[in-house]
Design a protein around this ligand. Structure first.
Ligand code: PNS
Length: 162
């Protein structure tokens, strides 16, 4: 049986921590859909199209990974994709309560779905898209946090004249 999994997130922008989870999940599951939340109320820095482009560029080498946008409920998207597993990264205990609540809620709503947590590479356990944006906003060096091919796109969002 093929296992198809969905790795959802805001990816505003994709970090090295996200990339690590995608690469590991792609090795565990037969097929992986990276699902980018399309939710304007979160006031994202990047458009969904920009996020899809960046993720595709970074993990486009993985043959069993697709990158798609979604809106509405995650469980509805997972069903539509004929997937059975939701993948989330767990960085620290501070992620735990929020993740547990949603994993349990999603299971009550959709008992056919399971959430699988991958513990983040220790190298990236402090890392978040918010940290990347905060450092880029003040023109700090983000080269340790994101893939080199998207650095200019991030710093460009904070350069003068925009
Ligand atoms: O990267 P994030 O911001 O932690 O990802 C959160 C995300 C996108 C997984 C979550 O907000 C989501 O699934 N939103 C869609 C609406 C929904 O189904 N919410 C409940 C499940 S978490």
């Amino acid at each position: 049986m093929m296992t198809r999994a969905v790795y959802p997130g805001s990816f505003d922008p994709i970090t090295n921590g996200h990339e690590d989870i995608i690469r590991r999940a792609a090795g565990i599951f037969d097929e992986l859909v990276v699902a980018v939340l399309n939710n304007s109320s979160k006031n994202p820095l990047f458009t969904v199209e920009e996020k899809l482009d960046m993720i595709n560029e970074i993990v486009g080498d993985l043959g069993n990974v697709e990158v798609k946008a979604f809106d509405g409920l995650l469980v509805d998207f997972v069903h539509k994709e004929n997937a059975g597993v939701i993948v989330r990264g767990m960085r620290a205990v501070t992620d735990f309560e929020y993740e547990l609540q949603w994993a349990q809620t999603n299971r009550v709503v959709s008992p056919d779905l399971d959430t699988v947590f991958l513990t983040t590479n220790l190298k990236y356990s402090y890392l978040s898209s918010s940290v990347v944006k905060e450092i880029a906003r003040y023109h700090g060096d983000i080269s340790q946090f994101v893939n080199p091919c998207i650095i200019d796109r991030i710093t460009g969002k904070f350069s003068a004249g925009r």
